[in-house]
Design a protein around this ligand. Structure first.
Ligand code: G4P
Length: 524
């Protein structure tokens, strides 16, 4: 197959959601429909198996959570699908955000009984800033939900994105009888199957079909008819370009647990989501068809297998063809490296891969120098800056309880900072030097402690710190202007690893108060 065909058939995406909205269930059902697993259950049962069979990472076993982003690759209807998992729940962290830099689209799962929740909002924001196209799946229609029109409204008013209903529920909760596909003018009727493990039976007809008339109570049918008329009148036409620009989200209704609406979501997604596109490098945009291989590291996973003490760098291929044993340049250091041990991943199973194309994710084992954000390329002129810094929300002081081990301790800390596991700040006003770690989620701190001990033999003690936000200055600030600032009680000066001054705040209220009292200063 020609490289252009390989690129065009690829879809690389992630599912974003608030915990419990149904991400795991939908993932499992997509795999089921995609033919990657025969019977649903293999992904969810992960949760139960983890405690007994996990050899992934000791930390994971201890806490019974998934520390890593999993990459699932499977073929369906001529497409090659790369589904990147975004760790949520307690393991919400930088990694969750960084995964979104490596995808070309996202599916946002919303619990239709609850609407948009906090974590969804944060993840949506990262996608929006990057212009990532978003497809919305309103889940759990088999249970009482909020008014579907209100849910559509919420997408516009809370997230600020235009929404287009691709299909529409025929009743909700106990009255839920199916969905109406607006584009095909067809109704898909819902039948509850045991455990929802098999494909849901679908009968297709138009809204006035006798089958639907038999199923839907008169008043429910009247309401659906009115809602559909309203959507037709009020809504603009479906615009694929607006979807690809991240300005319009196509909305699908269904029930992941019952396999309902999953096929419609998957088929539309494959049709309308973009194939891997160009990415911006320092030297200009790089097309996926660019003749040389290039990619960037968006995640590093250490100790995936404690027996081997290894370290995997996950590379998103941006251009050209990747082949095993190829020699690449690490663009940031100029060093050459042979990628002799590259692996494809399906969940936690790995196999050696021979080749990969734009959109794919390759796990490169080893490579101590490789940090998050690093570019690997055959053409040293290509340097990507795909990974931004994400605003941390958790802070902790890092102490070394064994001063005699300071060398190991410092070496370990430097390595972890280079990998981007956490951010670090100095507190210039303190008499004693202290390192302040900052992360998106508290899990990162445990990873630091664990890795310092297991990889560097250095004990570490973490102590929680009272802040939840850091703000930098939009203008340049010298020592004199910093000293002149009015700081509300509890707000403290900090300096990041690049030497940039910043301020630490406990909450929004403190930021507002600071802004009021320092009107000539702008925070970023
Ligand atoms: P998450 O990964 O986003 O956290 O959500 P997950 O898929 O684990 O789903 C959270 C809960 O919601 C699960 O129930 C799951 O079965 C349920 N769920 C998912 N989709 C639907 C749906 O379409 N309808 C209904 N009614 N429920 C749904 P649980 O009780 O926490 O777990 P389990 O015992 O069912 O595995």
């Amino acid at each position: 197959m020609k490289i252009i065909d390989e690129i065009n058939r690829r879809r690389t995406f992630a599912i974003i959601s608030h915990p419990d909205a149904g991400k795991t269930t939908l993932t499992e059902k997509l795999l089921l429909y995609g033919g990657a697993v025969q019977l649903a259950g293999s992904v969810t049962s992960r949760k139960n198996q983890r405690a007994t069979t996990s050899d992934w990472m000791e930390l994971e076993r201890k806490r019974g959570i998934s520390v890593s982003s999993t990459v699932l690759q499977f073929d369906y209807a001529g497409h090659r699908i790369n589904l990147l998992d975004t760790p949520g729940h307690k393991d919400f962290s930088e990694d969750t955000y960084r995964v979104l830099t490596a995808v070309d689209a996202a599916v946002m799962v919303i619990d239709a009984g609850k609407g948009i929740e906090a974590e969804t909002r944060k993840l949506f924001e990262v996608c929006r800033q990057r212009g990532v196209p978003i497809f919305t799946f309103m889940n759990k229609l088999d249970r009482p939900t909020r008014d579907p029109l209100e849910l559509m409204d919420e997408l516009e008013s809370v997230l600020g994105i235009h929404a287009y209903a691709m299909n529409w529920p025929l009743g909700t909760g106990p009255d839920f009888k199916g969905i109406y596909d607006r584009q095909a003018s067809e109704a898909h009727l819902f039948e509850r199957t045991q455990h929802g493990s098999y494909r849901a039976p679908e009968e297709v007809g138009d809204i006035d079909h006798p089958l639907i008339r038999d199923r839907l109570e008169g008043d429910v049918r009247e309401q659906v008819r009115e809602e559909l008329a309203m959507l037709d009148e009020a809504g603009a036409a479906f615009d694929v370009e607006a979807v690809r620009d991240g300005k319009l989200t196509p909305v699908f209704f269904g029930s992941a647990m019952n396999n309902f609406g999953v096929q419609l979501l998957l088929d539309s997604f494959l049709e309308y989501a973009p194939a891997p596109g160009r990415r911006m490098a320092e030297c200009g945009p790089i097309e996926p068809t660019h003749p040389t291989f290039s990619g960037f590291i968006f995640k590093i996973q250490a100790n995936m297998d404690p027996r081997h003490r290894d370290r995997i760098a996950f590379v998103r291929v941006v251009s050209g063809k990747f082949t095993r044993e190829m020699t690449v340049t690490h663009a940031q250091t100029g060093r050459r490296a042979r990628l002799s041990n590259a692996q494809a991943l399906f969940g936690r199973e790995r196999e050696t891969i021979e080749e990969a194309f734009p959109g794919d994710v390759v796990g490169v084992v080893g490579g101590r120098d490789f940090g998050i954000g690093a570019t690997l390329t055959e053409d040293p002129a290509i340097v990507y800056h795909e990974i931004p810094r994400f605003p941390p929300e958790c802070f902790a002081y890092l102490h070394n309880p064994n001063p005699s081990q300071y060398k190991r301790f410092d070496q370990g800390v430097q390595q972890l900072l280079q990998e981007g596991v956490v951010q670090c700040f100095e507190l210039p006003q303190r008499r004693q030097k202290v390192a302040l770690l900052a992360a998106v989620g508290p899990l990162q701190f445990e990873i630091v402690k664990y890795r310092l001990e297991s990889e560097y033999g250095a004990e570490a003690r973490l102590e929680s710190a009272p802040w939840s936000m850091v703000r930098w200055f939009a203008q340049s600030m010298d020592a004199e202007s910093l000293a002149k600032l009015y700081l509300p009680g509890g707000v403290e000066h900090a300096v990041d690893t690049r030497g940039e001054p910043a301020l630490l705040f406990a909450d929004d209220w403190q930021v507002r108060y600071f802004n009021e009292r320092n009107a000539d200063v702008t925070l970023s």
